[in-house]
Design a protein around this ligand. Structure first.
Ligand code: SF4
Length: 462
């Protein structure tokens, strides 16, 4: 007689993760905790006993996407716990979806877990029999990751002490709270031991790291390290893997980490990837002042020149807002001049759009929508030419790359200049033939380029 197949006795949770890399890290933390407590994570609404939706609330389109995702989970499953940035605006969620079980804000892991516990009690006592392995298998104790195995986001702080007038992140996430440096370095070390080859350092403001802790010194690997961006980078450089800095606010002390980007460690790796994600937002001093951002544009150009002298292959990525309230034709032209002069490698741009609750909404002289879009198109057209030329200049060089995937004959990789998901790729034509595997470093001879990507072949020594 055949036995009926027993259904999993563990309580089952579905999870929907929306938003930026910082929200992704929150999702990973919650998923890890769920797993630790014995919950099964299931991929469909039908299989789930309850669904957690981690939302984004940064701009209006993200709010709409989050509300849709909650609505879908309500319709398909009916037992829904909401967390994340939109959770800060409980009334918006309650109005659209009054039946959700619980609402909490970003990083409020405790509230999410207590909502899960009341909807779906855990099967085991986590403190008795589900504590993850710690001593016997350190490398396995790296939590649940939503990124491919060979790269990981490393969140070093939450919140932001700035008050840029177009941004509501500080009101949603609060002032800067840094994680002590030893905690971050230990997490990074575990990730490296678990097979991670690239760390993406994220926060709201990476260069302010540690200021709230007065740069407290902590011990790691028997030495003292300051909770400070430069010391953190030096510590991470000991791991022999790639470290990439994101969301670096343009403070003067950013200059201190550029020499590390030019240095090669004993393992042949750059101590810090020559890559700087540094949002400038605009280039006109008056607009920058209205944005409540640093406004010394000549100094910015001078600094970029110096960074390139120290580290000639540095990749500079930045973001800009066009059509900010009051932006005149002349001020926009100044932005284009800056772009032409700075020759940045990667640029993201947005037409200004008011975000509910942002101080900039009260500024006079909004730029008409059509003009904003026209300016955005001109801006992007100029940058497309710059990016294309800068990639073309790499043809004939050999670039160290990290393989992300194998696709038929090709290996899809990224060079030191390419952050996952936001930058370009390197297509390695003979990647399969060369036996490449995801997570492997390889030197690639660059044979061609376009506006975003590079094309090449594995470079053999002889
Ligand atoms: S530095 Fe970034 S997160 Fe902080 S207020 Fe400005 S835009 Fe927002």
């Amino acid at each position: 007689m055949t036995q009926p197949i027993a259904k999993s006795a563990s309580p089952r949770v579905g999870f929907v993760s929306l938003g930026c890399p910082k929200a992704l890290v929150d999702s990973e933390r919650i998923l890890t905790q769920l797993k630790v407590e014995g919950y099964d994570l299931v991929p469909s609404y039908d299989d789930a006993d309850v669904v957690v939706v981690n939302t984004c609330g940064f701009i209006d389109s993200a709010v709409a996407e989050s509300l849709d995702a909650i609505g879908e989970a309500m319709a398909e499953n009916g037992k829904v716990i909401v967390t994340g940035c939109l959770g800060k605006r409980e009334e918006v969620i309650r109005e659209a979806h009054p039946g959700v079980l619980s609402i909490s804000g970003p990083q409020d892991y405790a509230s999410v877990m207590s909502a899960v516990h009341s909807a779906l009690p855990p099967k085991h006592d986590p403190f008795v029999d589900l504590v993850p392995r710690r001593h016997s298998d350190e490398a396995a104790d790296v939590g649940i990751k939503l990124t491919p195995k060979h790269y990981a986001y490393l969140k070093i702080s939450e919140g932001c002490n700035h008050r840029c007038s177009f941004c509501i992140i500080p009101s949603m996430r609060g002032d800067l709270v840094s994680r002590p440096v030893d905690q971050v370095l230990r997490e990074a070390e575990k990730l490296a031991m678990g097979g991670v080859r690239e760390l993406l350092v994220i926060s709201q403001d990476t260069s302010a790291y540690g200021v709230d802790l007065r740069y407290a010194e902590r011990e790691w690997r028997g030495r003292a390290w300051q909770t400070r961006m430069k010391a953190l980078c030096e510590g991470l450089s000991e791991l022999g893997i790639w470290t990439r800095l994101h969301y670096v606010y343009p403070y003067p002390h950013v200059d201190d980490v550029i020499p590390l980007m030019a240095e090669t460690g004993p393992d042949g790796m750059r101590r810090l990837l020559p890559y700087l994600d540094i949002p400038f937002q605009h280039a006109n001093p008056r607009i920058l002042k209205l944005m409540k951002r640093p406004g010394a544009v000549d100094r910015t150009l001078e600094r970029i020149r110096r960074w390139r002298e120290i580290c000639p292959d540095i990749t500079i990525r930045s973001t800009f807002i066009v059509g900010f309230p009051g932006e005149t034709d002349g001020e926009f032209e100044q932005l284009l001049d800056f772009l032409e002069e700075a020759q940045l490698d990667r640029v993201g741009a947005f037409a200004y759009s008011p975000v509910e609750g942002a101080a900039a909404n009260g500024l006079p002289d909004p730029v008409p929508e059509e003009l904003k879009q026209e300016r955005l198109a001109r801006f992007m057209e100029l940058q497309a030419d710059i990016s294309t030329a800068r990639l073309e200049a790499k043809v004939g060089t050999v670039q160290r790359c990290l393989v992300d995937a194998i696709d038929g004959e090709l290996a899809i990789a990224r060079s030191m200049a390419d952050a996952p998901e936001i930058d370009g790729l390197v297509q390695i034509q003979n990647g399969f033939e060369a036996g490449l595997k995801p997570g492997e470093f390889v030197d690639v001879e660059i044979l061609g380029s376009d506006e975003h990507d590079l094309y090449g072949e594995v470079a053999f020594d002889d």
